[in-house]
Ligand binder design. Structure first.
Ligand SMILES: Nc1ncnc2c1ncn2[C@@H]1O[C@H](COP(=O)(O)OP(=O)(O)OP(=O)(O)O)[C@@H](O)[C@H]1O
Ligand SMILES: [Mg+2]
Length: 281
């Protein structure tokens, strides 16, 4: 196991000529008690690009996303979003910046007491002051964008898991965000439904041209939705590249992840195994 992450792959090659990243995370550290969860995370995402963060359960993917959207404060490190150092913003500035994000939370996180339409319309009502027909029309438009026309009157308890993820997507794009963060968008879905969500993410990328981070431990979803893939392990990004780069990597954690379909447990030595070629087809 390499003790150091592959820093070269997570650093911009040429700061003078390369495009400015929309999101740049530098040397991010976060502990809960004596548990070090983030141990020097480096990554960047360029305008309109989708970065997939792959990693095993508990490695800190959701914690990382919550830092990127400013819901958690790091112990140290830097998070620059659209040129602004997020860790230095006050609560008001953070709230403004957060409006530029759409977030699909792990497990959809819909309000059960509200209808589908009220869930999707909530950001429009709260942040744009919309109401009446205008609110209803735009809510329906957002629901149509995710293939869910005519369900706004239903409650989350009356729709399937896949539909809930779509509603969460519709809510995430309600305010036309520049940046969309997806936390495990396909987890818990059957393969057909997962494929539909993957296709929807791709379609949304084309339609709204947002910069995105997709967190997942699903290799197929990573391959389908990502322009580049970051493998997270032991609180760091081990490697960033294409699926092909991952396939040819000598990094033990990467090889183990590919071979098993998941990375070794945190702190384990792991062991490189054969690569399953089907993953790349
Ligand atoms: N608010 C918190 N307080 C204390 N510990 C936390 C908190 N949030 C996360 N953790 C811990 O941080 C670690 C990483 O959690 P995180 O939710 O980021 O994992 P994950 O990679 O998203 O896993 P999964 O794939 O299962 O969603 C876990 O051990 C978790 O218990
Ligand atoms: Mg998570």
């Amino acid at each position: 196991m390499t003790e150091r992450p592959d820093r070269g792959a997570t650093e911009r090659p040429d700061r003078d000529t390369a495009a400015e990243p929309v999101i740049e995370v530098r040397d991010l550290w976060k502990s809960f008690g004596d548990q070090e969860v983030l141990r020097g995370v480096n990554l960047f995402v360029l305008d309109g690009e989708t970065l997939v963060v792959l990693g095993p359960s508990g490695c800190g993917k959701s914690v990382l996303l919550k830092h990127v959207i400013g819901l958690m404060k790091p112990d140290r490190g830097s998070i620059v979003v659209e040129g602004r150092e997020l860790t230095k913003l006050d609560a008001h500035e953070l709230k403004d910046l957060r409006m530029r994000f759409g977030m699909v939370f792990q497990g959809a996180a819909l309000f059960d007491s509200m209808t589908v339409g009220e869930n999707v319309g909530l950001p429009l009502k709260e942040h744009r002051g919309m109401k009446g027909d205008e609110l209803a029309d735009l809510t329906e438009t957002k629901l149509r964008m995710v293939g869910l026309a005519g369900v706004s009157h239903l409650r989350p308890s009356e729709i399937s898991g896949g539909m809930k993820k779509r509603v969460a997507l519709a809510r995430a794009i309600a305010l036309d965000p520049d940046i969309i963060l997806y936390d495990e968008p396909t987890t818990g879905l059957d393969p057909i439904m997962a494929e539909q969500i993957n296709e929807l993410i791709r379609t949304l990328q084309r339609k709204v041209n947002a910069t995105s981070i997709v967190v997942t431990h699903d290799l197929h979803s990573a391959k389908f939705t990502g322009d580049k893939i970051a493998l997270m392990h032991n609180g760091r990004i081990e490697l960033v590249g294409t699926m092909d780069d991952l396939r040819h990597s000598d990094n033990e954690a990467v090889r183990t992840f590919i071979a098993r379909g998941h990375a070794p447990a945190l702190g384990s030595k792991g062991g490189a195994g054969p690569i399953d070629p089907e993953v790349f087809e």
